[in-house]
Design a protein around this ligand. Structure first.
Ligand code: NI
Length: 185
C-alpha cells in the first residue's frame, strides 16, 4: 500500500465531477486500499478520489472503526437538518459550520461490485454527504455564508503557501499532526 499525496483547495481536480465506476478492477482495489492508508495517516474519517488526484467515483469512510468503501454512491432518502463544524483534508486548518441532512439513506456498490443500501445519522450521515459532494466537485466551504466563506478563504490564502502545486505530502511521522479536536473528512 502507498500513502498518496492529498490535493488541496486550488487544485482544479477538486472541482471536477467524477466518472461512475463501471467495473471493479484490481487497480480500483489498490486505489481503495491506498486511500484508506492515506486517510488513516492524515487522521481523517473520510476521503474521496478527487482528493488524491483521481477521477473514479469512489470514497472511503471510517467513522467509529467501521471501514466503508462507497462506489457510485447516491442519496436515496434524506430528512431532518443538523448544523455542525466540518473540516476537510483538502483544506487543512479551515473549519466552518455546515447544515446537512441529519438522517439519510445511501445506495452504493461495495468493492465486490454488490449494490447495498445503508441508513446513517449524525456524524456518519454528515461524512457520507461531505464525501458524495467531493465526488461532484463540491466542497464544504460552498455552504458557508458569504462573510464566513470570505474569512475562510482569507485564512486559506496564508495557509496555501505550505502546499506548493496544491499538493499536501503526508509523512507517517506522528509529529506531523496539526492540532484540532474535530475530525476531517
Ligand atoms: Ni473533504
Amino acid at each position: 500500500m502507498s500513502i498518496l499525496d492529498i490535493r488541496v483547495l486550488g487544485d482544479p481536480i477538486l472541482r471536477e465531477d467524477t466518472t461512475p465506476v463501471e467495473a471493479i478492477t484490481d487497480e480500483l482495489r489498490t486505489l481503495a486500499a491506498d486511500m484508506f492508508e492515506t486517510m488513516y495517516v492524515a487522521k481523517g474519517i473520510g476521503l474521496a478520489a478527487p482528493q488524491v488526484g483521481r477521477t473514479e467515483r469512489i470514497a472511503v469512510i471510517d467513522v467509529d472503526e467501521e471501514p466503508l468503501v462507497i462506489i457510485n454512491p447516491e442519496i436515496v432518502h434524506a430528512e431532518g437538518k443538523a448544523k455542525a463544524e466540518e473540516g476537510c483534508l483538502s483544506i487543512p486548518d479551515i473549519y466552518g459550520d455546515v447544515e446537512r441532512y441529519s438522517k439519510i439513506r445511501i445506495r452504493a456498490l461495495d468493492l465486490e461490485g454488490q449494490p447495498f443500501e445503508m441508513d446513517a445519522d449524525d456524524l456518519l450521515a454528515r461524512c457520507f454527504q461531505h464525501e458524495i459532494d467531493h465526488l461532484h466537485g463540491k466542497l464544504f466551504i460552498d455552504y458557508l455564508s458569504v462573510l464566513r466563506k470570505r474569512s475562510a478563504l482569507a485564512k486559506w490564502s496564508k495557509e496555501k503557501d505550505k502546499y506548493p502545486r496544491f499538493i499536501r505530502q503526508l509523512s507517517s511521522d506522528p509529529s506531523d499532526d496539526h492540532e484540532h479536536p474535530d475530525e476531517e473528512l
